[in-house]
Design a protein around this ligand. Structure first.
Ligand code: G1P
Length: 357
């Protein structure tokens, strides 16, 4: 069985975080998002992986996957322009051949991995043509929505205004080769794209057997900044205390990870939190659900429920920073110049909320 990670999307809802980097490389608990997908595939015994990229994202994704070079083989397939998930499968056809495969949307996180879906695919004789991971959600209108009956998916619709059930399609699918016939000649659907949801609906209409498996544990689709913060919270909650850096005059409370080469001085860190390699936390407070990337400097400042990208500096900030997603090599510092005003150099689509002082 092969894996197919879809990583060609533009991540527009996450700008400016995604202005300079592909969404699958953004950091969740100090790891690139795409590493979670690769880990899940490896855990399910899949080490031959196609990665669907765009011309702009290929180089960054190749670099992000280098740590896995010994454990998996990657084939990069360019989708240009990205015209939907079914289109991604179409452009990956040569890589996939007639093998069964797991399609994994790279912005999804599954607490318990993907093994149950792969196992369901192998169960029974003959096995199903496809397995869908489903989650009950309060408002399924932003997702593919499934109807099930007698252990089969009987209908499927993409982002319906009036959902036929509360079962959202999560971003992992297992397919046999029959999905390619269903994609062949598929008309464009929602958002004027070739929707995998429509292809699967076609497969069902043609008598294909599509089996639902409900997701256990958390599932997170990281489309928006608040989703990334929540994903970071969820992944940090799985950490256990591990202190490798230097700690001087500091209170470490709960599950705190301090990576090699990091320094924590005159500070309080309340976990779950992760301080990345080479980071400095001095005269500072780090509260729960915070990740500081490699080399971050947090000095004379307080932060919680936040993600701070590698190389960023936060210094001398009055008031606590909270609920914040900060990119790489960003400076948030007290001014030492006159006039002592707010002085901003901020990229397009950024958002800054200042508390009243
Ligand atoms: C895609 C699929 C949708 C699915 C969702 C899961 O939508 O089209 O059916 O429910 O992923 O994350 P997107 O998030 O790309 O809009």
């Amino acid at each position: 069985m092969k894996g197919l990670i879809l990583a060609a999307g533009l991540g527009t809802r996450l700008r400016p975080i995604t202005s300079l980097r592909p969404k699958p490389t953004i950091s969740v608990a100090n790891r690139p998002l795409i590493h979670y997908a690769v880990d899940d595939l490896l855990d399910a015994g899949i080490d031959e992986v196609g990665v669907v990229v765009s011309p702009d994202t290929e180089a960054d994704l190749r670099a992000a996957l280098e740590p896995y070079a010994e454990r998996a083989s990657f084939a990069f397939v360019v989708q240009d322009p990205p015209e939907g998930l079914a289109h991604a499968v179409l452009v990956a056809r040569d890589f996939l051949g007639d093998d069964p495969f797991v399609m994994y949307l790279s912005d999804n996180l599954f607490e318990h991995g993907i093994r149950p879906f792969v196992e369901a695919f192998h169960a029974g004789e003959p096995g199903p043509n496809a397995v869908l991971a489903l989650v009950r959600v309060a408002d399924p209108r932003a997702f593919g929505v499934a109807q099930i009956q007698d252990g089969r998916v009987t209908a499927l619709v993409e982002k319906p205004e009036v959902p036929p059930s509360d079962l959202a399609v999560a971003g992992v699918y297992v397919f046999d080769r029959s999905i390619h016939d269903a994609i062949d000649g598929l008309p464009r659907g929602a958002k004027d794209e070739y929707q995998i949801t429509d292809a699967i609906a076609r497969l069902i209409d043609r008598g294909g057997r599509v089996v639902p498996v409900e997701v256990t544990g958390y599932w997170k689709d990281t489309g928006k900044p608040e989703d990334v913060l929540d994903a970071n919270r969820l992944e940090l909650s799985r950490l256990r205390r591990d202190v490798r850096g230097t700690v001087e005059h500091a209170d470490l409370i709960g599950e705190v990870v301090i990576d090699e080469g990091a320094t924590v001085r005159n500070a309080t860190v309340v976990g779950p939190a992760r301080i990345g390699p080479g980071a400095t936390v001095a005269d500072a407070y780090v509260g729960p659900f915070t990740s500081l990337g490699a080399g971050v400097e947090l000095v004379d400042a307080e932060i919680e429920y936040a993600v701070v990208g590698a190389g960023s500096t936060i210094r001398g900030v009055a008031g606590r920073i909270q609920g914040s997603l900060i990119g790489e090599d960003v400076a948030v510092v007290a001014t030492t110049r006159r006039p002592a005003t707010h002085r901003l150099t901020v990229g397009d689509k950024s958002r800054i909320e200042l508390a009243e002082s």
